[in-house]
Design a protein around this ligand. Structure first.
Ligand code: SF4
Length: 331
């Protein structure tokens, strides 16, 4: 039987409405560094020589920069999707310090996507972290081994099992458009079920020159994965990435049952035609958008910084960074 796409989206939308409030938000992913020490996943911009030359291993993002990012997000209703960054760039103690600080800014436990962690590390982050994410990218085992040769699934599976035992929430990331087939969705469903995931983040592949990939998946195909997952897992939190140049399928992915959108360079494109289109499409989908992507509200930023329990030097660095970011956002 041929599947009717509109019917599928309608059903997914109904399942969403039965299980969630009528809102949507922007999930901000905060990067700790641009370099990845693994750097071998075939679709990823961090695997390209150009990227490796441009971003040296030693080039960490400054702590004040990523904390400023968090402070802006916290005050504009962006929810932290996760704190992430390339593999093996910061020491664990450095990461722990950043995790504590970001959690303090958001005044809540946060999500992490920082690779596989050991039990001792999970114990240390527990007071500040709600959930951890496994970036599986594709759940079809053969395709996975081909595309992510140095990031096998098994250690992630073990990690999620450990996280489950320690009462963390769990999530995964999936990229649509890597060469998977529709029938591979069963591998994905098995993974979600096996690990009792509470959340999933989908991304539409963004082709990067030098990776061999040349096109993004069709929006309908991308929405098909989201809709099927929504119907199969009514209570799963689904976050769906956009591609910066084409956020015009925001409505479609919300209609397909995504809770939130992510992966949009919002600091760079704040109050742009693209962010205006995103807000309009959220409205068209009938959801209330609880994040600000366009009009900057009046906020007493000095007060917000003064309230932080950081030393004066760090607060001053945040103040300077914030001034720079806000200047760009007001343009
Ligand atoms: S581990 Fe992540 S950041 Fe590193 S190359 Fe693979 S997909 Fe890219």
């Amino acid at each position: 039987m041929v599947e009717d796409f509109n019917e599928l989206i309608k059903e997914a939308g109904e399942v969403y409405s039965e299980n969630f409030d009528n809102i949507a938000w922007f999930g901000r992913c905060i990067f700790m560094s641009w370099y990845c020490d693994l750097g071998t996943c075939k679709f990823c911009f961090r695997s390209t020589t150009k990227h490796k030359i441009k971003h040296a291993k030693s080039a960490k993002r400054s702590v004040s920069s990523l904390l400023t990012d968090a402070l802006i997000g916290r005050n504009l209703g962006w929810r932290i999707e996760f704190l992430t960054g390339g593999y093996r760039i910061f020491s664990f103690d450095e990461m722990l310090d950043i995790i504590k600080k970001v959690s303090h800014i958001f005044q809540q436990k946060i999500w992490l996507n920082l690779g596989v962690m050991e039990k001792k590390q999970l114990e240390a982050i527990k007071p500040y972290v709600e959930g951890v994410c496994a970036s599986i990218e594709t759940a079809e085992p053969k395709l996975h081994d081909l595309i992510c040769p140095d990031k096998p699934i098994k250690p992630y599976s073990d990690f999620l099992k450990l996280a489950e035992d320690m009462a963390f929430k769990k999530s995964m990331t999936i990229v649509v458009g890597l060469g998977e087939k529709k029938e591979d969705i069963d591998y994905l469903f098995d993974f979600i079920e096996k690990h009792k995931l509470e959340r999933i983040t989908f991304y539409a592949l963004k082709p990067v020159r030098g990776t061999g990939y040349t096109k993004s998946p069709e929006p309908k195909y991308y929405a098909w994965w989201i809709a099927k997952t929504r119907i199969r897992f009514p209570k799963l939190e689904i976050i769906a990435g956009l591609t910066p140049k084409q956020p015009d399928y925001t409505k479609l992915i919300l209609d397909a049952g995504a809770n939130a959108i992510t992966k949009f360079p919002v600091l760079k494109k704040f109050n742009s035609p693209e962010t205006q289109l995103i807000e309009k499409m959220v409205k068209d989908s009938g959801r209330e958008f609880v994040s600000v992507l366009n009009k900057l509200p009046e906020i007493d930023w000095d007060k917000k910084i003064d309230e932080l329990e950081f030393d004066d030097e760090l607060k001053e660095e945040i103040r300077q960074k914030l001034e720079m970011y806000l200047k760009k956002m007001k343009k």
